[in-house]
Design a protein around this ligand. Structure first.
Ligand SMILES: [Zn+2]
Length: 302
């Protein structure tokens, strides 16, 4: 296969490259008054933009994982190889390596494809020099991006999310997953008392019982990063070992059955309205996560 056909093939999968590039450029223009931007700065923004979507929220950027663009594959593979979920936890040398590769990929398909659907009457947003490894804005386009960074991001997020809805049909809260980065999770400590019985806890997964609070954590059976909320019907107590090992995986289906039994018993005792999710709804969330190729089906023995 010639280099040219590889480029064409990758550009055809580049639907999310355009909003990503627009967002990255608006941010860079907002932050820095220079008209000439090193490609590595753009590469760094790309890594930041795609990381959470890919590694934390497991959003597909194509109809199936195997068809994803190189940019996304690279991030996914790095996260798996290094066993890292937060971008901040990636060792500096790996991060730099990823940014360098990303900067190079931009020159293969992204920067050239961006202007492909531009009306001929519109001036280009930037020019780029492959040899110099830089992108250059005109004073007018730099000022436009800088002054309209929020509006430009909003438009980019809208188009990005609209595309992702087509590839991840059953994933909830896509617009939030696209527009918010490094979302802070609220503390689940307040659920601890609700979930403990007689001052003792039992790990939902391995059944280990303990009285020492230091050994327990509140866990989302269907991962938080899929639901992006903390409904009490989804929360259980887990020992630290199970919680760490399960990470953000879906559990095996037997734990969904167990969750339904737990909620039924809870509802009988507490009359807690927030537990009034129907059992078919729990199945729907579980199957929705499976449908977008969420990693699963974890068991304590795994
Ligand atoms: Zn356990």
């Amino acid at each position: 296969m010639s280099g040219k056909s590889v480029q064409a093939q990758d550009a055809s999968k580049s639907t999310t490259y355009k909003p990503a590039l627009l967002k990255a450029m608006a941010r860079l223009a907002h932050r820095d008054s220079g008209l000439s931007v090193p490609l590595t700065n753009l590469g760094e923004e790309f890594v930041r933009l795609y990381w959470d979507q890919t590694v934390v929220y497991h959003l597909r950027q194509a109809a199936v994982l195997s068809k994803e663009a190189t940019v996304v594959k690279l991030i996914r593979e790095t996260a798996i190889a290094k066993g890292v979920r937060k971008l901040g936890d990636l060792p500096t040398s790996d991060r730099e390596h990823l940014i360098t590769k990303m900067a190079k990929l931009l020159t293969v398909s992204v920067l050239a494809a961006f202007h492909s659907s531009k009306p001929s009457t519109m001036s280009a947003l930037y020019t780029w020099d492959k040899a110099e490894k830089r992108v250059v804005f005109s004073p007018g386009s730099h000022a436009f991006l800088r002054d309209n960074v929020l509006a430009v991001e909003l438009i980019a997020n809208y188009h990005w999310a609209a595309y992702l809805e087509g590839c991840n049909r059953l994933a909830p809260r896509i617009i939030q997953k696209v527009s918010r980065e490094a979302v802070r999770r609220s503390s689940l400590a307040r659920y601890m008392a609700l979930l403990m019985r007689d001052g003792e806890f039992e790990c939902f997964y391995c059944g280990r019982r303990d009285r020492d609070e230091r050994g327990i954590q509140v866990d989302h059976v269907i991962p938080w990063s899929f639901l992006l909320e903390d409904p009490s019907w989804d929360l259980v107590l887990a020992c630290r070992v199970c919680n760490a090992r399960k990470s953000d995986w879906l559990p095996a289906y037997e734990y969904i059955e167990k969750l339904k039994r737990r909620n039924h018993a809870f509802k009988m005792i507490s009359g807690n309205a927030s537990l009034l999710v129907t059992e078919p709804d729990i199945d729907r969330f579980y199957n929705a996560a499976i449908s977008v190729e969420w990693p699963g089906f974890w068991t304590p023995g795994a």
